[in-house]
Design a protein around this ligand. Structure first.
Ligand SMILES: [Ca+2]
Length: 449
């Protein structure tokens, strides 16, 4: 970064369970009503789009631990839950430990204003919560999934919160959650604008629950009453509702971008958009296979869009390999903030790629899941994958769909990648025996491919 560019504001947008090809700019089909994501498509056109970017996990809360810490989530007990579920309310172990340095705590200590608007999903107060982990402000749910109208979680408990005098308090507010989150984000930027123009930048985590179940659009308040005891909503939904839910979020991001423009902040605000994991039952993950909970590409390859007119040239595409925690490192780098030496980052900054998309660097990426004993290593063109007791080797540029297993043709390469994965895994804590796996549905509920 040149000295002429002041430290940017940062808005990091994470949506929930979107598929690799749900957005128009990633090849998604139009909906009946037209383009699904015109705002995000324009953001990509005016910014930088990554085609080989990943989430740290194929499921919600582990990815969020990696985002917050800039480290492989396997280092923390709470992140071993696949995912944290509502039964963990009251737990003193299943959450993000408040003493752990985080992306917002490090930015805040360096002078940033910080807020989380949207989903937390890393443990419940009083032991855990966003205000204990670096955010000055919070509005949103603590759980992994809540109804868009009743704001109740899977157990039926009301789960909408806000910050009040430095602590999280339960908060009732009527409205469609996607719109509430957008409105609170717009309000936050308006309140921070004067300070931001005077050299006090802000970091806003904008964590939509959309397009996660239940399958409700802005017009479905009556449906929310019908399914209030069953928000996983296995008997409902369709691609049309699903696309509308994404569109509602896209509209909100449009309002936010217009607010940045009106406040004179759009030039030097880094806006990043991604998903916490791959797509769920109504998602389009084309051309990838699998989805949420899978280490096949459909579970972990996600959209990554970065928009920052002061630094990022418009209209480019990057094939740089990266995962969620690399973006944590990137945000610290653009703010000129060092990690805590006692908690060195596993993430690597992508700032050089943002500045010049022709740049790229070698970036091996590792994953593991208790669910089905999965493991994966992406290294260059190659991917080593294990699911249950089966091992595979894929050449991703020639076979993104992971159908042509080259393991039998290249046993030495497979063995070398297995060895590399095991050497990495030996540097991580073991998977705790009592870690839980929670599946939303199985083949009893709907046929699998
Ligand atoms: Ca998710």
């Amino acid at each position: 970064m040149t000295a002429a560019v002041a430290r940017p504001n940062i808005i990091f947008i994470v949506c929930d369970d979107i598929g690799f090809a749900d957005l128009g700019c990633y090849g998604g089909r139009d909906a009946r009503f037209g383009p699904v994501s015109p705002v995000l498509d324009e953001l990509a056109a005016r910014g930088l789009k990554f085609t080989q970017g990943y989430s740290n996990s194929p499921v919600c809360s582990p990815t969020r631990f990696a985002l917050m810490t800039g480290r492989y989530q396997y280092r923390l007990r709470g992140a071993a839950e696949e995912p944290i579920n509502s039964k963990s309310r009251g737990s003193t172990t299943l959450g993000l430990p408040p003493e752990h340095p985080t992306l917002p705590s490090l930015l805040r200590a360096s002078g940033y204003r910080t807020a989380l608007i949207g989903k937390w999903h890393m443990g419940y107060p009083p032991s855990f919560g966003p205000l204990q982990s670096g955010y000055e402000e919070f509005f949103g749910p603590m759980a992994g999934g809540v109804d868009y109208f009743t704001h109740c979680n899977f157990t039926g408990a009301h789960d909408l919160w806000r910050s009040h005098e430095g602590v999280e308090e339960e908060h009732a507010e009527e409205g469609y959650l996607t719109d509430l989150i957008s409105d609170h984000a717009v309000d936050y930027v308006q309140r921070m604008a004067t300070g931001a123009r005077a050299g006090k930048p802000f970091f806003l985590s904008l964590h939509y629950t959309a397009p996660h179940w239940p399958w409700e659009t802005r017009d479905d308040a009556a449906l929310a009453q019908e399914i209030k005891n069953n928000i996983i909503h296995l008997q409902g939904g369709n691609i049309h509702t699903y696309q509308r839910m994404i569109h509602h979020m896209d509209e909100g991001i449009g309002k936010l971008m217009a607010t940045l423009q009106a406040q004179g902040l759009s030039e030097n605000t880094l806006v990043v958009f991604t998903s916490d994991n791959g797509g769920e039952r109504f998602s389009d993950n084309w051309p990838l296979v699998g989805g949420k909970m899978d280490l096949t590409e459909g579970g972990i390859r996600v959209p990554w869009i970065a928009h920052w007119p002061a630094v990022i040239a418009p209209g480019n595409c990057s094939e740089q390999h990266c995962m969620t925690m690399d973006w944590s490192a990137t945000m610290l780098a653009v703010a000129g903030v060092a990690a805590d030496p006692a908690y060195p980052l596993d993430g690597i900054s992508l700032l050089s790629v943002l500045q010049d998309p022709r740049q790229s660097f070698k970036r091996p990426l590792h994953w593991r899941m208790k669910h089905r004993s999965q493991r994966a290593l992406r290294d260059g063109d190659w991917k080593y994958l294990r699911v249950d007791d089966n091992e595979y080797l894929f050449n991703l540029p020639s076979d993104e769909r992971e159908r042509a297993n080259l393991g039998p043709l290249e046993p030495e390469r497979l063995a070398a990648m297995r060895q590399a994965w095991e050497e990495w895994n030996a540097t991580m804590p073991a998977i705790p025996p009592d870690a839980t796996v929670s599946l939303g549905y199985s083949e009893k509920d709907m046929p699998q491919r």
